[in-house]
Every structure is written in structure tokens, then in C-alpha cells.
Design a protein around this ligand. Structure first.
Ligand code: DQQ
Length: 572
């Protein structure tokens, strides 16, 4: 096994990767500028500086998780788009490696755009990515590891066949990108979809290949929609209807349904359906933007996501780009832009009509000081502080129990946009059951706070649970985004308690309602409630009494996300 020698830096720490010793140089952290950095996160993935957007090609290979992402090595704004690369043993602590793909060929000189990895039949990985060529036209390219016995996969070689695909007739060269992970069909041929737009309709163009290099376009796309524009970053994968375990992308058989995700309108939407691997026909239940409703991975900031199958732990993991809600000049000042979500396990719910999401279990290894309380009454108009933990760097899980639900407010209309409802009835608007939930990044005087909360409504013979993330008072700074987000939780509050898990990390508030039924991610930029000036409260601003059946909150340790020191040549 290869051991990499290192140049010695002033501070150096070693991470041990199952016997592969990776030397990590903790060079004195270069602050991109002299500005203070209250918004850098402690346990969400981010590079030490510069621009980051889409997650690309996550995979598990020879005992190591690999993560690539769209990156500008030279600045805090989008540009010079390259594939940066990091590795991990637990999806939480990471070592940054050399950039894997840089735009240096005529077929990608204007950017190595998004794409995916596929583990081929011989066990070796391949990258399919979009290149922006000399004329800024989009083409598809292929790259392979230089040395497949290197578990770190440090060097990647672009195929001499590149570009392996050019835009088909009828498609604009600027609307042809983001190849998915490939899967194998019933005939033993590979399939891949590419995001596109035709006649102002979003579509996933389907290609087939016997050798992964020569691809033939199928006569029909895998799917298209006349209710959306361009689809970016399509993802297509099987889910089990019987168990929470994830499935490898090529798995077929009984008790399997397929998810198609497309990124458009600044959100990640998904649909469920049955895929026939013989005909490539995909028969969907409820289509994108249907009047019956649209499913989204996350109802806040969450875009260009990508999933992968973790063969080690038999689960499907979802990553997503969480962009900034401040201005470009703020990003230039702070020297960086963009976060990744905490990797989430995803699986089909028991009813089979939506996905569930939960932070990967490994995150709990960062739990440190814990506070816990049970059976605590919260009268109408009251709040309690969750003290004793680091409020700017925490993981909070709370379950509320309610009684006398017949007293709930009546929701007059059946079809209501949850975001509009959360905006009309924000955290300061008192109701009956709700708003109740958590106030995070709260200043002592509560002038600043971000509220993640619920409201219960009665409709004709049903109940509806609304989940909101209200950023309207998240900052005294005038020019940062203060949207209010909303989603309905598909649960019956007569049968289930209402739970909320919120990951709080300096400028991100990632919330999971109803044990993962709905997620809302917010980016906030408090000016008072930063670092040890931040507080967390559980609150009830409704008139009805309710109780906290259980609340556990932990301070979170900082994840190790560190650059690899410059290596000398590998020592055998
Ligand atoms: N970002 C990439 C594109 C993709 C977009 C460029 C989505 O490949 O369509 O950085 O955020």
C-alpha cells in the first residue's frame, strides 16, 4: 500500500484511513481577507476558501468516500469551474486533495461543469462530465483514474475520445449538461440521462452504450415536462418499497420504484414512478408541477443535488449545494461562497408516496455536551431557553405533544401554497396550535432570531401540519435574504407527535420535520447572534398549551476538514 510522504509544515496532523496514512498539513489557516468570519461553518463541508457550487460524482471506492464539487480555485465568485476533490472515511471529516479536473482542453476550456461517477463492471470508476468548449457550447466528456489501485484516486486522465457526445439536433448548445450516474439495463448496456431543454420544455435525454465511450441517443427521452424549463443535474435511481436500505443504481426487480430528480426554478423537485429496464419506459405517478402538488427534497435553499449508493453501509446518500443569501460583494469580502448540506440518508416512506431524509448517523460522532429535558409544559405565549450548549454550533431534536386538536384553526382553502401561508402567518402571528418550535440564532433581546416552527390547521375532516422557517428577523443586516419558507408535513397530528431536528452551524439552519418527512434549509447572517452571543429557545406563540415530550440538544465538535499537505512522490 502506498504511503505518501509529506513536506513538513509548522503544524501537521495525521488522519488514519484504514491503514492508508494520509498526511494532512494544517498550514496556518489562510484567511482570504482580514474580515472576521462569523459565517464559516464548523461541521458542514466547505473548502478553505473560494467559490463552491454543485456536488459532483460522490462515490464509495475501496473503503473511502470521494466527493467532488464545482469549484473556482481563483476566487469567491463563479468562474474557472473545475472539479475539486476530497476524501473521507465517515462523510463528516474530510481531506481536500488536488483538484481532479481543470478546464485545460478545447472541449472543456470554459469550464468542467457538473457530472457524475459510475463504478464500471470491472470495479473501476469513471467520471462523465460536461465541458464548456471554446465557443461555450456544452459537450459531454469522460475521465478515468490514472491508477485504479490508488484508493485516493488522486490523478484523473481525460479520455482521448473527448468530447464523447455533442449536442443533438433541435437542442441549443447552452442547454445540454450534467450527465447522471449511469445504470445498466436489461440488455447489459449502460444508460445515462443528460439534462436539457427543447421548445422551452425540460427533459432528460437518454443515451445507451455498450462500452461507456460510444453512446447512442434513444429515440425518446427518459422523461420530459411541458410545465418546466431547462432541467439541470438530473438524478435517476431505484428505491425499495420494502426496506430503508438504499439500492445500487443498476438494481432492478420486484418491489422497486424509481425516483427522477431535476433541478429547475432554483429548487430540486422529484417524482416517483415505475421504470421498465427492457423498454426504458418510465411511468410516473404524479408529474412535475402537477396541480396535486410537487415534491421537493427541501423547501428552503437546496439545489443541484446528487445522490449515490453507499455499498459499505447499503444506503443511498444525498448531497446538495446550499448557496448564499448575501451579495456577491459580501462573498468577495469574506473570500468564499457556498456550502454543502449535511449528507442525508434517503429512502421511500411506508406509504410509498414520498422520500424520507435524515442526516447520516456519523454526524452524531460530533455530539459533545448534551442537555435533555422531558415532559415540559409550554403555555401559550411562552418560551424556554435551551442553555448549556454552544448555540451557534448545535444539533437539537425536539418532540411536541398536543391535545384538544379540535380547537385548531380552520384552514379555509384545500390547496394552499405552504410558503405563502408561512409568510402570511409568520412566527410573530399568534394562532391556536402554533406557531411553536425553535428560535435559533437568537440574540439575548430576541431582536434577531430565526424561527423554525409548526402550525396545526383543521380542514373539512382532516388536519394539516404546516412547517415554516422564518428568516424575516434573522439579521439586522439589510441586504441579506430574509425569505420565509414553508412545507406541509404529511402526518396526522392525532396519531403522531410533531418532531423537529435542527442542525445549527454558524450561518446554516438545516431542519428535518416529522422525522424526515419535510426538510427546510435556511442560510442566515446574524449580526448580533453570532458565536457565543447566540441563544436557542423552544417557544409556543399559540394560545393553546402544549408540551415538549422530549428535547435533546448537543454542542457539536468541529469536523476536521483540512487540506492535504503537498506531497513528495509516492513512496512504495
Ligand atoms: N452548475 C453547473 C452546471 C449546472 C449548474 C455549472 C447547476 O453544470 O447545470 O457550475 O447549478
Amino acid at each position: 500500500m502506498e504511503v505518501y510522504g509529506v513536506l513538513v509544515f509548522a503544524l501537521c496532523c495525521m488522519l488514519f484511513f484504514n491503514g492508508v496514512e494520509v498526511a494532512v498539513g494544517l498550514k496556518r489557516r489562510e484567511s482570504p481577507s482580514k474580515v472576521s468570519q462569523p459565517y464559516r461553518t464548523a461541521y458542514h463541508f466547505q473548502p478553505s476558501k473560494n467559490w463552491m457550487n454543485d456536488p459532483n460524482g460522490p462515490m464509495y471506492y475501496k473503503g473511502i468516500y470521494h466527493f467532488f464539487y464545482q469549484y473556482n480555485p481563483y476566487g469567491a465568485l463563479w468562474g474557472n469551474i473545475s472539479w475539486a476533490h476530497a476524501i473521507s472515511y465517515d462523510l463528516i471529516n474530510w481531506v481536500h486533495l488536488d483538484v481532479a479536473l481543470v478546464p485545460n482542453e478545447p472541449y472543456d476550456i470554459n469550464g468542467c461543469f457538473s457530472g457524475s461517477t459510475t463504478i464500471l463492471s470491472n470495479g473501476a470508476p469513471a467520471i462523465l462530465y460536461t465541458g464548456s468548449d471554446t465557443k461555450k457550447g456544452q459537450v459531454q466528456n469522460l475521465a478515468f483514474p490514472k491508477n485504479i489501485s490508488d484508493p485516493l484516486l488522486i490523478e484523473w486522465v481525460k479520455s482521448s475520445h473527448n468530447p464523447i457526445l455533442s449536442v443533438p439536433d433541435g437542442i441549443d448548445t447552452s442547454s445540454y449538461r450534467d450527465p447522471s450516474t449511469a445504470w445498466m439495463g436489461a440488455d447489459g448496456e449502460w444508460r445515462v440521462v443528460i439534462g436539457s431543454e427543447m421548445d422551452h420544455h425540460g427533459l432528460a435525454i437518454l443515451y445507451k452504450s455498450k462500452d461507456f465511450t460510444h453512446w447512442v441517443k434513444s429515440s425518446s427521452p427518459l422523461h420530459f415536462s411541458n410545465k418546466t424549463m431547462m432541467w439541470e443535474c438530473p438524478d435517476f435511481y431505484p428505491v425499495s418499497v420494502k426496506e430503508k436500505n438504499g439500492l445500487d443504481t443498476s438494481v432492478e426487480g420486484e418491489n422497486i420504484r424509481h425516483v427522477l430528480k431535476a433541478s429547475f426554478n432554483s429548487h430540486d423537485y422529484y417524482i416517483l414512478g415505475d421504470y421498465d429496464p427492457k423498454t426504458d419506459h418510465y411511468n410516473v405517478d404524479i408529474d412535475f408541477m402537477d396541480s396535486k402538488g410537487s415534491l421537493r427534497y427541501d423547501y428552503g435553499r437546496f439545489y443541484a443535488s446528487k445522490s449515490f449508493y453507499d455499498a459499505e453501509k447499503k444506503r443511498r446518500i444525498l448531497w446538495s449545494w446550499i448557496n448564499e443569501g448575501d451579495s456577491e460583494s459580501d462573498d468577495t469580502k469574506k473570500g468564499w461562497s457556498g456550502l454543502q448540506s449535511i449528507p442525508r440518508s434517503i429512502w421511500l416512506n411506508e406509504k410509498g408516496d414520498q422520500l424520507m431524509q435524515w442526516p447520516v448517523k456519523e454526524l452524531e460522532n460530533l455530539h459533545t455536551r448534551k442537555v435533555h429535558l422531558e415532559n415540559k409544559q409550554l403555555k401559550g405565549g411562552s418560551l424556554i431557553e435551551i442553555s448549556g450548549i454552544t448555540a451557534s454550533q448545535a444539533d437539537v431534536e425536539v418532540t411536541f405533544s398536543l391535545s384538544n386538536l379540535n380547537e385548531a384553526e380552520v384552514l379555509s382553502s384545500e390547496v394552499v401554497d405552504p410558503q405563502i401561508l408561512c409568510t402570511q402567518k409568520n412566527a410573530s402571528v399568534s394562532g391556536r396550535f402554533g406557531p411553536f418550535g425553535l428560535m435559533v440564532f437568537a440574540s439575548e433581546d430576541l431582536i434577531e432570531h430565526t424561527a423554525v416552527f409548526f402550525r396545526i390547521f383543521k380542514s373539512s375532516n382532516d388536519f394539516r401540519v404546516l412547517m415554516c422557517a422564518d428568516q424575516s428577523r434573522s439579521s439586522l443586516r439589510p441586504k441579506v435574504d430574509k425569505s420565509i419558507y414553508g412545507a406541509f408535513l404529511a402526518l396526522d397530528p392525532r396519531l403522531a407527535k410533531i418532531s423537529l431536528r435542527t442542525l445549527i452551524d454558524h450561518s446554516i439552519v438545516e431542519s428535518f420535520g416529522g422525522e424526515g418527512l419535510a426538510c427546510i434549509t435556511a442560510r442566515v447572517y446574524p449580526s448580533l447572534a453570532i458565536n457565543d452571543q447566540a441563544h436557542i429557545y423552544a417557544f409556543n406563540n399559540g394560545s393553546q398549551i402544549l408540551s415538549i415530550s422530549s428535547l435533546s440538544a448537543w454542542s457539536m465538535k468541529k469536523a476536521q476538514i483540512v487540506p492535504m499537505a503537498k506531497r513528495r512522490k509516492p513512496i512504495k
